[in-house]
Write a protein that binds this ligand. Sequence first.
Ligand SMILES: C[S@@+](CC[C@H](N)C(=O)[O-])C[C@H]1O[C@@H](n2cnc3c(N)ncnc32)[C@H](O)[C@@H]1O
Length: 214
Amino acid sequence: MKILESAPYRYDKGIKILTLGKIDKAYDRLIENIKKDDKVLDIGCGTGMLSFRAVLKEAIVTGIDINPEMLEIAKKRIDEFEVKDKIEFLEMGVAEIDRFENDSFDIIMSGLCFSELSEDEITFTLNQVRRILSKDGKFLLADEIKSRSIIKRIMNWLLRIPLVIITYILTQTTSRALKNIEKRISESGLIIQSRKSNFLDNFVEMIIIKEDKK
Ligand SMILES: C[S@@+](CC[C@H](N)C(=O)[O-])C[C@H]1O[C@@H](n2cnc3c(N)ncnc32)[C@H](O)[C@@H]1O
């Protein structure tokens, strides 16, 4: 999605085309886990697609992102939602999330950002998520993945060709997918409570927790 972010004003439109609209439904489902007054961190918040959903549920939201242009759009939208005192956007990379205190957030969420991180950043971020998430907190993750099934990978590749071309013409964008994210999550000591992927197994939504209460 990096090329898309080079033209942030086209981002929201481009992302909906690239994901065939499934992004909105996935985000709506994940946001159901948020309650009034929850402290929420949105990692790689971009233009605020997840952050604003959370604030509409009366959560207190911090969105962080490394791209100032994406953040500028998010900040402009604050007035639109009239939620000034409940939301902040910080220009900050994942490498800096060690500045948050232990157990600071009831909810940590991230949409389509992990697929842009380096291997080292993914490891670091997952470890930090475990540290800064509250004991009963939830980490909500939605991202593109590489299916483990070779057949689905081929189907996905074939189906994506026209989509990638159309999207590229309209928005000058393309995208990339995460490999073995479930294994990485488990290795960081977090627990996948639920996992939902689509038919092609190329997009996943996960609810991840710190402690299994069973
Ligand atoms: C595809 S966009 C997703 C934005 C938003 N979460 C959404 O769902 O619309 C990925 C975002 O991750 C951000 N990002 C990429 N690498 C990052 C990093 N190392 N630290 C923080 N944000 C990062 C990008 O700047 C971009 O805004």
